[in-house]
Ligand binder design. Structure first.
Ligand SMILES: [Zn+2]
Length: 159
């Protein structure tokens, strides 16, 4: 960790506070490259009603609007260690690293948003369970030749 990391981490906390002041949830994300904030976003779930409007997701979408779909060379500074949705999105977007201000456990001590299927500090435990044991019911359906689109895509994109 560098002083610069600390400054951007503090800025993510400041942006989260500003979002709370504006009626939003306490999360923000900065996408930083070469010491410069290229994109920043706050959680807009409260403002929009979209449960996927987390800061990281919004930042990744704003980056894509600027033509940046691969975050190589970027650090993502976030208020709290990402939830599984955002962590998955970050794996897809592939920044060099993530720096977080607050751990999942620290967040869970001070904040809960009333989800019926999980609590924030134990959300990751859900993913370690077998599919049939998870709070979100899921069953595999049946369709003839269900893997055909995957095989077709691979055949079209084989180099
Ligand atoms: Zn998230």
């Amino acid at each position: 960790m560098t002083d610069r990391d600390d400054a951007f981490t503090a800025l993510s906390v400041q942006r989260a506070q500003e979002n709370v002041d504006a009626g939003g949830k306490p999360f923000a994300c900065l996408l930083v490259r070469d010491g410069e904030v290229v994109v920043e976003a706050a959680n807009h779930v409260a403002q929009t009603g979209d449960p996927t409007a987390h800061a990281e997701i919004r930042a990744i979408r704003l980056a894509a609007e600027q033509g940046i779909s691969d975050l190589a060379g970027f650090t993502a500074y976030v208020t709290a260690y990402p939830c599984p949705m955002c962590l998955g999105a970050l794996y897809y977007a592939q920044p060099d690293r993530v720096v977080y201000a607050v751990s999942r456990e620290e967040e869970g001590e001070h904040y809960e948003d009333g989800n019926r299927l999980m609590s924030l500090d134990t959300f990751y435990d859900e993913y370690a369970k077998p599919i049939g044991d998870r709070a979100l019911a899921a069953e595999q359906g049946s369709a003839a030749d269900a893997t055909a689109p995957f095989r077709d895509w691979t055949a079209r994109h084989a180099s």
